[in-house]
Structures are given as structure tokens and as C-alpha cells.
Write a protein that binds this ligand. Structure first.
Ligand SMILES: [Zn+2]
Length: 274
């Protein structure tokens, strides 16, 4: 392939890379956008569940309070009836029996009074808790609504930008990138942290993954045998820069930087197929 033609494709790919990076960044931002909303929705759901639970307890407490109140009223009536009876009694034996009845009625009455007061107190407590919980739910509901409308606005804005960037990609492609290279390149940029085309540095090193390349491969890239030569280690498209300063590779390999480069190359999931 002619030098200027090759240069043209590489220039286009570099331009495309910039646009793709921006697009993929936007897509990532869109993906994490609902995280805050989901967290708020989960809190609202938990608050609503607690409200339902409190409401059930409140309903039951009110039923208990009503029932205890009726029982207490009945007990009071039983005792006062017995007391009225005393006034009419003339026989000592009957008097003792009724007095005993009154004493027993008082014990029951007192117990029921305590029960009634306790259940009324519980009703008041639960009523307070229920009102407080209702406020919590209202606040959270408002927060969820606010977050939703905020996200909708941001999403709209980002999606519009993506449409523009897609159009720009198609424009660049039309200037001289084949369907095949375009599709592969988009995948590489996406999977390789936004770097899909990168120069060979130090005469024989891929600047994407820092692996030392086979000399024959470097020659192919240098001669421009094909428009696109993919790094055998990280699959990025490589190009050769004639003005790149050449250094002795044996120096490079023995240096600390060299070791770092290898560590990086291995830890990076560069062997994945793209
Ligand atoms: Zn590489």
C-alpha cells in the first residue's frame, strides 16, 4: 500500500478513535446513571414496607384497645350492679357473698383498666410512629421523583450527543475505512480502554501493551504490507513512525521500566480476543 494512502487510513483511524472514545465514555456514564435512583428507590420501598408493617400493628392495637375498653366497661357495670345489690340485702350470709363478689369484680376491673390503658398508650405510640413514617415515605418519594426527572434530562442530553458522534463516525468511515476494519476497530477501542491504534515505539515495542514485537512483524508494519497490522499480543492496530528515536533494545529489556512494561502487559487482559 502506498505510503500516503496508509498514512490517510491511520489518520482517519486516529480521528475515529477520538470520536469513539467520547462515545464510549458517554455510554459508560449512561450505564451508571441509574445507580443513585436505584438506591433511592430501594430506600423508598423499604420505608413503604415499614409503613405497612406499622399500619398493621396500629390496626391490631386499635382493635385490642376497643375490645379492652368494652371489657372494662362491662367489669365496671358488674361491680356497680353488685354494689347496688348490697343496699337491698338484709341477710348477713347474702351480704358476705355479694361483698366477695364485689371484691372479685374490683380485681378484674383493675386488671382490665390497666390493659385498656396499656392498649390506648400503644395506639398513641403507633399513631405517632405511623405519622413519622408517612413523612419519611413522602420525602423519599419526592427524592425518587426528582432523581427520575434529573436522569431523564441528562439521558436525553447524552443520547443526543451519541447520535451526533455516530454521525461523525460514519462521516470519517466514508473517507476511506472499510466495513471490516471499521467494525474491528470499534471493538478494539471499546475493549482496550479507548486505545485501538498506537505507534510502535523503541523500534520494536507495541506502545499499547509494551510487548516486544517480532522483527518480521515490525518490518511488515514498516513496509505497509497491509493497511492494518494488529499487535499479536493486544490486537491493537500498529503503525510505524519513521522519526521515532531508536534505542538499543538490550538496554530496554534490562531496565526497570522494561520489567514494569512486561508486568503491565501480562496483567492487562491483552490476550482476549477482540
Ligand atoms: Zn500490543
Amino acid at each position: 500500500m502506498a505510503d500516503n494512502e496508509l498514512h490517510h487510513v491511520h489518520t482517519l483511524l486516529l480521528q475515529l478513535q477520538d470520536v469513539l472514545r467520547e462515545k464510549f465514555e458517554l455510554e459508560e456514564e449512561i450505564e451508571v446513571l441509574p445507580a443513585a435512583l436505584k438506591e433511592k428507590e430501594a430506600r423508598l420501598e423499604a420505608a413503604n414496607a415499614k409503613y405497612v408493617e406499622l399500619n398493621d400493628a396500629y390496626t391490631k392495637a386499635r382493635q385490642d384497645a376497643t375490645s379492652n375498653s368494652i371489657k372494662y366497661d362491662d367489669a365496671v357495670k358488674a361491680r356497680t350492679d353488685a354494689e347496688k345489690l348490697v343496699e337491698k340485702i338484709t341477710l348477713q350470709r347474702e351480704y358476705e357473698a355479694v361483698t366477695k363478689q364485689i371484691d372479685e369484680a374490683r380485681v378484674v376491673e383493675n386488671a382490665l383498666l390497666k390493659a385498656r390503658n396499656a392498649s390506648n398508650k400503644l395506639v398513641d405510640e403507633l399513631d405517632g410512629q405511623l405519622k413519622a413514617q408517612e413523612e419519611v415515605c413522602d420525602v423519599l418519594k419526592a427524592e425518587v421523583e426528582e432523581e427520575k426527572s434529573k436522569i431523564d434530562g441528562i439521558l436525553k442530553e447524552k443520547n443526543e450527543k451519541i447520535v451526533d458522534l455516530d454521525a461523525r463516525c460514519i462521516q470519517i468511515k466514508a473517507e476511506g475505512i472499510s466495513d471490516d476494519i471499521y467494525a474491528k476497530f470499534c471493538r478494539i477501542v471499546k475493549n482496550k480502554n479507548g486505545l485501538g491504534i498506537t505507534p510502535i515505539i523503541q523500534g520494536q515495542v507495541c506502545s499499547g501493551c509494551h510487548m516486544i514485537l517480532p522483527m518480521q512483524f515490525v518490518n511488515d508494519v514498516r513496509l505497509g504490507t497491509s493497511a492494518t497490522e494488529y499487535c499479536p499480543y493486544c490486537s491493537r492496530i500498529l503503525y510505524y513512525q519513521e522519526d521515532e528515536e531508536q534505542i538499543d533494545l538490550s538496554d530496554f529489556e534490562s531496565s526497570e521500566a522494561g520489567e514494569d512494561f512486561f508486568a503491565d502487559a501480562i496483567s492487562d487482559d491483552d490476550f482476549d480476543n477482540v
